[in-house]
Design a protein around this ligand. Sequence first.
Ligand SMILES: Nc1ncnc2c1ncn2[C@@H]1O[C@H](COP(=O)(O)OP(=O)(O)OP(=O)(O)O)[C@@H](O)[C@H]1O
Ligand SMILES: [Mg+2]
Length: 495
Amino acid sequence: VKEVDLPPDAPSLLASLRSIGYSLGSALADLIDNSIAAKARQVQIQFRVHGDPYVCLLDDGEGMSRDTLKGAMRHGSTSPGSERRSDDLGRYGLGLKTASLSQCRRLTVISVRDGKISGFQWDLDHVIQRGTWALLELDPSELRSLPHAEELDGAGVGTLVLWQGLDRIAETEASIEAGLTGQMAIAGEHLQLVFHRYLAGESGLSKLRLQINGQELAGLDPFLEEHRLTQKLPAENFSVHRSRVSVRAFVLPSLAKLSKQEIQRAGGAEGLRNQQGFYVYRNKRLLIWGTWFRLARKDELSKLARVRVDVPNSLDHLWTLDIKKSTATPPEAVRTHLRRTLERVRDASGRTLTFQGRKRATALAQPFWSEIDWNGGHRFSVNREHPAIQAMLADLDGATRGKLTTVLTAIEQSLPIQAIYARVAAETVVSEADDGFKQSEEFRGLLDLILTGWNPQDSARVTFLDTIHLIEPFNRNPELAKQLAAEIASTKASG
Ligand SMILES: Nc1ncnc2c1ncn2[C@@H]1O[C@H](COP(=O)(O)OP(=O)(O)OP(=O)(O)O)[C@@H](O)[C@H]1O
Ligand SMILES: [Mg+2]
């Protein structure tokens, strides 16, 4: 055996590493991981589309000395096998370099520590020209001429990552102006979601402030935890290889109870249904979301279900975490637990979504439609006990009553279930929020129909007027309904 030293060819390896598959958002997220690990409280992203376009990220973290920074510029600065602090978001010793060079041709990192400034640069064109791993060191006066370097100088601590030569961003777009602005908007949303727990300053985390060109970014909570109608199932903890994994399931409120903005926030560009699934956080940073890991299908019934899974970085090796930190697969020990949570939350989501007729029928409330368990499935039927239907039936003679019943049955049997399902799935149906039956004239017409047959002293009539706000469709505007009922009660009493 003879040993041969065969280092990689710098230009080709650097060029290939550019294509790991980062988006602008995931590349910036990788830089923010580093800032958080360096205990930064504030991260400012700046970009300019004119002149010599650039993107930079400035943090107020602990910074790096010259030697540390030089080490950090090396590809593979730490081994994935080495133990990390429990709050470190890094793993591969690559992110800073690969994320940056996936977006730009020239990466400069400037850092201040103990009042001393130092800076190094990877310039792809220089590496190609030299054919070696030729890192450039910039002297303080060269550093100070770079955009935003003076802000770092003033702060006395922190790190500035600067991307220039944004060839990748311009590649797929009509112009760098349109491309960078558009992609940065998408990236911003990505960061609002990925770091939402840091941005919210969840207990146990120090709150992070994040800005893009001076605009403050707020966290985007995918569980709508603040919403009073979000159901929170009890948290469950279990341990895997002596590390704690904690799981908590949420069921979002039904669509009719959410505002347009909330639907947009919770569903994003791909819609609520697509975003159902597990949300896996590694050290509170969102890693992967909107998937059931092939443990279940994404279907309509579970579309309101989202399960938060918290894992520590000590389990990285089991999850087969990728370099971009955007994919990971739960190990079998975790899957077993997830499967159980999944059943519970799908159940709860289904209950929130399904028609509420059955629930209400048990109370005084009267829906127009009821859901009936039938032949192992479900059927929907017009509720013959509804006061309006009762009034009609009472008003008719035997033969016409039979005809009405026949027509009702025919309507029930031709309910366009498939079409309704398709509309609901596409989130274009807004049945409960519909404006129909909210106006006083519409209520009046129906009220008169119901009240005609009733003797004013009839106790059923009194009960009806008392519970009118629970009866469909009057329950859509309970205040108006109560008011009408009170008017009717008083006119009859005085007349
Ligand atoms: N903003 C920063 N402030 C202070 N130190 C930093 C900063 N960015 C990077 N570093 C240092 O540089 C090192 C290399 O960063 P890099 O992102 O390349 O790898 P990593 O974070 O260790 O692992 P990963 O590849 O998983 O991100 C870090 O371990 C950290 O010590
Ligand atoms: Mg990193």
